[in-house]
Ligand binder design. Structure first.
Ligand code: GLC
Length: 705
């Protein structure tokens, strides 16, 4: 089936990345679609055709007009002059009269010049010609995406509680500080499902340790919070502190589990704890060893982790530091003039994440002894895979897991967050634009640091970001050391922020249902309007998104705005939540409309013949009452909805087992509904608010199932 739509071309001797799950035979006819010159693949783009994809990258949904580099990079300035961020997702679609997709399965550096050198030319430049190129055909963008996602395998499914609100900062330093955060959320009745532990929970920044002075009763703390429905989520970093007597270091050295220098000795670099070694995650034995270390914390009650600094991020190597220090000392007595001053300064500012480091590192894999630079993008992926494969052995239930670095393939094992953004309005917009591209590449469980990581947030930015965050599967507020505190209870407008966090819970069953449908059928949770509508205006809209089957959102991402112009490609029903318990309905005609969006209101649009499912709010996901829901239906003719429900923890769930089917129609002013409940459904009471778009009338209807 897939073979009729996908052709696999092979060049040289590719390193097996495990990006795809369906092994297609190699197609031996010459590649005709693209020309192949001087190690580049070149394609003449149709005038005005959009190019979508590349997952986590800067700029817009339509990638045309810039060049992007696929090479996982720890760069905390996500500005539009950059080329690479933390992930490498080499899939793109040229949306032309005959649309097609390209996936470059190659673990090293690839440049994608998408109309940068010449607006009408797409040029793909892999550093080496050892790769598989997949050409994917289909009627439209959505079909091509579904085919690609089938090829790379089903996306990661987190536990349902991971759809609750999550609070983080670098760092809540002690058990008491964690308790204080939980206390404030409870006191102010702000729902909460997780609190994060950043690096300072560790003993001297050593992975899988807990500082006994700051967290003297760690297991009790985990249990105590769990009683309140709150999960503690510790961070794990890629670098293992080089310290005699530290178990992980000793075992790693003894068994040769660390990345090596070319001569076989362990490669040494420095990150947070000073000198570290990096586990060789491209080695299967190392993966099993490191993965099982997560058990230390799982045994203490932990049910989720975030993997960080796994591009890998390198502050310096001992050699680079020595060179920099020597140059300072050499010049100590000199008159430090312009040239010398900037030379010395650069020695230090360029020491962080020097690309040369990756050329000194080697992996011992079952495909040979390979230089890290050539397989760089697989590192964070395999760190995270190590954890996920161990979880499969250790736990019966799903675990929460997300990573900073990623590449195609890792989406089966975890989600991602989009790294160190800033408390900038432009980064809220970047967050909005990045979501459909991430989804295309298999990353459904994702989100940005709400409120912004670096720099000081502002009350209105955080509020607007929470409004958008309501819809991202990962809804986590996180910020850096030394920045303004951004827990919602710190602000004068706490009630407004609480209102939005409560709304996340009112919508959580709907969002979870859309997430599961997207995961289990390899479709999108977030779509650009252009993926569904072919009119000229929709094609260019990048600040409104479609969510799942039936919703559209149009977030505010600018300071001091109380409304915005929204484009409606078709008639939609506007649902305006004024408080979490009440809402107003208004029909929006096709076309452009200014929609008022005061900072304390949330607006969602329902497409024709679709519905929105609400449940009662709860203080965390485990307290949700799944027996009753309210459905707002926008009926033009017949409305058909599919609602997915499971216990939120079962591994390998099946779509067929969790789907309920709802049909709503209106005839002669009578609302007719039909339910086909899935066998595990807990639902027994439904209230319908049905908007009859033809008559402009609202019907209320209740039903016991
Ligand atoms: C990195 C992560 C950030 C974390 C910090 C300290 O910058 O991206 O989320 O807070 O490290 O661990």
């Amino acid at each position: 089936m897939l073979e009729t739509k996908v052709k696999r071309y092979q060049y040289g001797n590719p390193f097996q990345t495990d990006a795809v799950v369906i092994k297609l035979p190699i197609y031996h006819e010459p590649l005709q679609k693209l020309s192949h010159e001087n190690g580049n693949f070149i394609y003449k783009l149709e005038k005005g055709a959009a190019v979508y994809g590349l997952g986590e990258s800067v700029r817009g949904i339509n990638k045309r007009g810039w060049f992007y580099t696929s090479f996982c990079t720890d760069d905390d300035m996500h500005t539009e002059n950059k080329h690479a961020l933390y992930g490498s997702h080499n899939f793109l679609i040229c949306n032309e009269s005959q649309p097609f997709g390209i996936f470059i399965d190659y673990p090293g550096k690839v440049h994608f010049d998408i109309g940068y050198t010449d607006l009408d030319t797409l040029m793909i430049e892999p550093e080496m010609m050892n790769l598989d190129l997949y050409l994917i055909e289909g009627q439209n963008v959505l079909e091509i995406i579904q085919t690609f996602r089938t090829l790379i395998g089903q996306s990661y499914i987190p536990p349902k509680w991971a759809f609750g609100y999550q609070q983080s900062r670098w760092s809540y330093e002690t058990a008491d500080e964690i308790r204080e955060v939980a206390y404030h959320f409870k006191k102010h009745e702000i729902p909460l499902d997780s609190i994060y532990l950043d690096i300072d929970y560790m003993q001297n920044l050593k992975d899988f340790t807990v500082d006994p002075h700051k967290f003297p009763d760690f297991e009790n703390l985990v249990a105590e919070l769990k009683e309140e429905g709150i999960h503690l989520i510790p961070i794990i970093d890629a670098g293992v502190k080089a310290e005699a007597g530290y178990e992980i270091y000793e075992e790693g050295i003894k068994n040769g589990y660390f990345i090596k220098n070319e001569d076989g000795t362990p490669f040494e670099a420095a990150v947070w704890p000073g000198k570290v070694h990096f586990p060789d995650f491209l080695n299967k034995e190392t993966r099993t060893w490191f993965g099982m270390k997560y058990k230390t914390l799982i045994d203490k009650g932990i049910e989720g982790f975030w993997n960080d600094m796994n591009e890998p991020s390198i502050f310096y190597t001992p050699n680079a530091m020595k060179q920099a220090m020597d140059s300072v000392l050499e010049n100590k007595e000199k008159n430090i003039d312009l040239g010398l001053f900037f030379g010395i300064k650069d020695q230090f500012s360029n020491i962080l994440n020097k690309p040369e480091y990756f050329k000194e590192m080697y992996h011992d894999t079952d495909q040979g002894f390979v230089c890290h630079h050539e397989v760089h993008n697989l590192y964070g992926y395999n760190m995270t895979r190590a954890a996920a494969e161990a979880f499969d052995v250790i736990k019966e239930e799903r675990m929460l897991l997300f990573s900073r670095a990623s590449s195609t393939g890792m989406h089966r094992f975890s989600g991602i967050w989009t790294g160190d953004n800033r408390s900038w309005w432009s980064h809220l917009l970047l967050n909005i634009k990045m979501m459909p591209s991430l989804n295309m590449c298999g990353y459904l469980y994702s989100g940005a640091d709400i409120g912004g990581f670096s720099d000081n947030t502002t009350e209105d930015l955080l509020t607007r970001w929470l409004q958008f965050g309501i819809f991202t599967p990962l809804m986590r507020n996180h910020t850096a050391k030394y920045t303004r505190a951004q827990e919602p209870y710190r602000f004068k407008s706490m009630a407004v922020m609480r209102h939005f966090i409560c709304l996340r819970y009112v919508l959580v069953n709907h969002l979870y249902s859309e997430y599961m449908k997207a995961c289990l059928s390899n479709t999108l949770y977030f779509k650009a309007l252009a993926f569904e509508y072919s009119d000229d205006i929709s094609k260019e809209i990048e600040d409104q998104l479609l969510l799942g089957d039936g919703l559209m959102i149009a977030p505010i991402y600018e300071q001091n705005k109380t409304g915005r112009v929204v484009y409606f490609p078709e008639e939609m029903l506007c649902v305006r939540f004024t408080t979490e318990k009440t809402y107003q309905l208004e029909l929006m005609k096709q076309g452009h409309h200014y929609v008022s969006m005061p900072i304390d209101q949330l607006v969602i649009f329902i497409r024709p013949n679709h519905l929105l499912i609400l449940n009662d709010e709860a203080q965390n996901v485990s307290q949700l009452d799944n027996h009753q829901i309210e459905i707002i239906a926008h009926v033009q003719t017949t409305c058909e909805g599919r609602y997915y429900e499971d216990n939120g923890l079962v591994k390998n769930p099946k779509l067929e087992d969790g789907l309920s089917q709802i049909n709503i129609n209106i005839e002669n002013n009578e609302v007719g509904t039909q339910w086909q409940k899935s066998k595990n459904s807990q639902l027994n009471h439904v209230t319908y608010t049905v908007y009859d778009a033809k008559q402009n009338e609202i019907f209320i209807h209740t039903e016991n199932l």
